[in-house]
Design a binder for this molecule. Structure first.
Ligand code: HMG
Ligand code: MG
Length: 298
């Protein structure tokens, strides 16, 4: 991996908006995604083909995916928990999907209503079918640094689930600190363990900022060689399972940090901050990043 370049996967339209109590109109989601892809981001996670009963915020996944003007060179991954989700996603014409598992049994049950083992059995045909259709597959592992129900999670368990997803054909394994509980040295230890099972070039850091640790965890991960990070414009989101939880780390704060380090992201910070203000206006709340506030004042 190039030490001077990172890939940012923008997850605001999915991970952010799935946790916003306000149901954002489809047109506004489309505008958000198009604005994000105009900033130079190469991946914008656009929606989730999950059960609308479980997550009403993502019920319009098909309309969103078919509605966006796709920019060449940009990928628009979507979540697919099962074959039904994959079928809907294929019909909408997606080029990348993500399956999502967990390193915690309780979280797996609450999030996707099955055990870890059952989830992997369920993902196997989803991944195989997607690959046959030339659709790239990401694999998420949640609760890599702790679980809202079980507390600490063993890094070996994270490695085990990551290894299985990788073996099934996921080209990127995104390590989710779902409740943002991790700190930099714990994050490093977890990654060192997982990297024994999956090549570090294929790992991504997905850190929520609940305890304000996400930037530090990204830096720690970068030091170990991680070059893919999932972030959310304006720090959108939260977590229905964690009281007082913030969303993912804000994309613009991460871009600012990498700019300062001389690490290329390809993202135009001014356009990104404008987009943070745009979606904040839609949601009727202040942007959740430090940078949006600073750049507004200038
Ligand atoms: P279930 O109830 O066990 O599933 O849910 P089921 O197969 O028994 O189906 C129940 C009903 O849902 C049926 O409808 C199905 O047709 C329908 P009914 O017959 O009752 O009318 N259904 C679907 N509809 C549309 N699309 C589908 C679909 N599947 C079933 N794909 C299931 C199991 C997995 C579907 C459910 O638990 C679910 O949708 N869970 C998703 C939860 C979710 O989206 N969580 C947030 C994303 S994960 C995350 O945020 C973490 C991450 O960011 C990383 C991190 O931070 O850690 C990725
Ligand atoms: Mg997440």
């Amino acid at each position: 991996t190039n030490p001077d370049r990172v890939k940012i996967v923008e997850v605001g339209p999915r991970d952010g908006l799935q946790n916003e109590p306000y149901l954002v109109p489809t047109d506004a989601k489309i505008e958000l995604i198009e604005r994000l892809s105009d900033t130079g981001l190469s991946a914008v996670e656009a929606s989730a083909f999950v059960s609308p009963k479980w997550v009403p915020q993502m019920a319009d996944a098909s309309e969103v995916i078919t509605g966006i003007k796709k920019r060449p060179g940009v990928r628009y991954p979507v979540l697919t928990p099962n074959l039904k989700g994959l079928e809907r996603a294929i019909e909408a014409g997606v080029d990348e999907i993500a399956v999502f598992g967990a390193a915690s049994e309780s979280f797996s049950q609450k999030n996707i209503n099955c055990s870890i083992k059952e989830s992997l059995e369920r993902f196997s045909p989803v991944i195989a079918t997607a690959l046959k259709e030339n659709i790239r597959v990401r694999g998420y592992v949640s609760c890599v640094l702790g679980c809202p129900y079980e507390g600490p999670i063993a890094a070996e368990k994270v490695a085990e689930v990551s290894r299985e997803l990788h073996a099934m054909g996921c080209s990127e394994i995104s390590l989710g600190d779902t409740i943002g509980i991790g700190t930099p040295l714990l994050t490093k230890r977890m990654i060192e363990t997982v990297a024994k099972s999956v090549p570090i070039e294929q790992l991504a850091g997905h850190y929520h900022d609940t305890y304000g640790q996400a930037l530090a965890n990204i830096f720690a991960s970068w030091e170990l060689g991680i070059r893919v990070f999932d972030t959310s414009v304006s720090g959108l989101g939260g977590c229905p399972y964690a009281k007082g939880a913030s969303g993912n780390v804000a994309t613009e704060d991460v871009i600012y940090m990498f700019n300062g380090m001389g690490v290329e992201t390809g993202v135009d910070l001014t356009k990104l901050v404008e987009t943070a203000w745009y979606i904040s206006g839609v949601l009727g709340k202040a942007p959740g990043s430090k940078l949006a506030r600073v750049m507004e004042e200038q």
